[in-house]
Write a protein that binds this ligand. Structure first.
Ligand code: ZN
Length: 421
């Protein structure tokens, strides 16, 4: 696929840092009106009012796939291209249509629940320019060598290769230590990896690289992992909340999250308003091949109302907690259902005087399987006490606890420390 470097540059230059809320809102409204008047998808209503559009989720989006994408590509055709690319580990296939070539991306969902996302060459260029502007360290006109660790390569990422930027893709389906030599040779200035792989890389003894910017993607980056990585590379870790659905948020130089409100219009579906927890409903302000309008993501974000010292007017969020699917199920003492957020469990465990080196928690019906490294009696006792105190405090019926030996999950699977099976 030919992606115009000029179009990337144009997008890079057009991506602005907004310093006034009025200007941002005016920009959003103008883009939103354009998206609603030009979507061209038979699934959506013809209206300039966002409220007239249904709020949809991945299952509705996929069930109406052909009526939402404007070249009318069937789910079967799109999927066969994406699966072929992923299976062969040769990421050249794209879908050819009368309107031009289309890149097909798969969202990392559980099997049977994955989303397919389509982008034209023009949209890839726009996306690449935008992400570079938000994430590249200054000065921009410096040579950058990017090491990008991903589960699947994508045209999106190759689209940013140029004279100034060298892009090297590392496959997470290969064991991490087989990449060390190549990394030492490449000497990347920018390192982009899922949080869990980054944490493991930071513990590798024979690695001799000095990246000037480290970006954690795709998974929740926990404070202890962040510390470990920062100590190893002597650089702050930045984070990008980027999924196939869109590039939704990034952290600024103060380490605070900002929503990319000039690229995605975000409504909040409150799930726990008292504590600021919501699921984002996104409307993409740039896509036209497959317009994404009022699409509810399954992620739990926590709002933050304080302004940021960096001066950005983009709304802040306190954190990204994980997926709604990972909210554990408990019962109040009266037998009412109770949402037990993964963060409650995480906080209880990391607050221990001697927390485990590694752990994972899985809820299987009424019991919690807790995988520990090391697995010893002191730790088991401490965690059982902490969790029972938590259940008491929340006034919920205690969950049955089961302790097992920790095993490393494979890197090519999205790491979820706390999950419901
Ligand atoms: Zn900031």
């Amino acid at each position: 696929m030919k992606i115009s470097k000029l179009a990337i540059l144009r997008s890079f230059l057009q991506t602005k840092h907004f310093s006034s809320l009025e200007k941002l809102h005016a920009f959003q409204q103008q883009r939103l009106q354009y998206v609603l008047s030009h979507h061209g998808a038979s699934f959506y209503p013809n209206s300039l009012n966002l409220e007239d559009y249904p709020i949809i989720d991945k299952s509705v989006f996929m069930a109406n796939f052909e009526r939402i994408n404007t070249p009318h590509i069937s789910e079967k055709d799109a999927l066969s291209v994406a699966v072929e690319a992923e299976n062969s580990r040769d990421f050249s296939p794209v879908l050819r249509t009368p309107q031009g070539e289309i890149v097909v991306g798969l969202s990392s969902g559980t099997s049977g629940n994955r989303g397919i996302f389509l982008l034209s060459a023009q949209e890839c260029a726009l996306w690449a320019g935008y992400i570079l502007k938000r994430m590249l360290p200054k000065p921009y006109l410096k040579r950058h060598k990017i090491a990008f660790f991903l589960r699947a390569d994508s045209h999106l990422y190759h689209s940013v290769s140029s004279n100034l930027i060298q892009f090297k893709f590392y496959d997470l389906f290969q064991p991490l230590d087989t990449h060390i030599d190549a990394l030492n040779r490449q000497q990347p200035t920018i390192l982009i990896m899922p949080a869990n792989a980054l944490k493991r890389l930071a513990q590798m003894p024979n690695l001799h690289i000095k990246p000037i910017k480290i970006i954690s993607v795709a998974e929740v980056l926990e404070d202890d992992a962040k510390q470990l990585i920062e100590n190893r590379f002597r650089q702050p870790v930045f984070q990008a909340y980027q999924c196939t659905e869109g590039f939704l948020a990034h952290t600024c130089r103060y380490g605070n999250w900002h929503l990319n409100e000039d690229a995605v219009y975000i409504e909040r579906d409150w799930i726990d308003e008292k504590n600021g927890r919501f699921c984002p409903i996104i409307t993409d302000l740039n896509r036209s091949t497959q317009p994404v309008i009022r699409y509810r993501l399954n992620d739990i974000l926590t709002a933050c109302d304080e302004p940021c010292p960096c001066g950005s007017v983009f709304a802040r969020i306190q954190k990204i907690e994980g997926r709604c699917d990972d909210i554990l199920i408990a019962q109040t003492q009266n037998g009412e259902p109770f949402d037990l957020y993964p963060d409650f469990i995480r906080n209880s465990i990391v607050a221990l005087n001697q927390p485990p080196q590694e752990y994972r928690v899985e809820q299987v019906s009424g019991s919690l399987k807790i995988y520990l490294k090391p697995l010893n009696n002191d730790l088991i006792k401490d965690i059982a006490t902490a969790l029972n105190q938590l259940f008491d405090k929340l006034k919920i019926k205690p969950l049955h606890l089961e302790f097992l030996e920790y095993t490393e999950p494979p890197l090519h699977q999205k790491f979820r420390r706390i999950k419901k099976i």
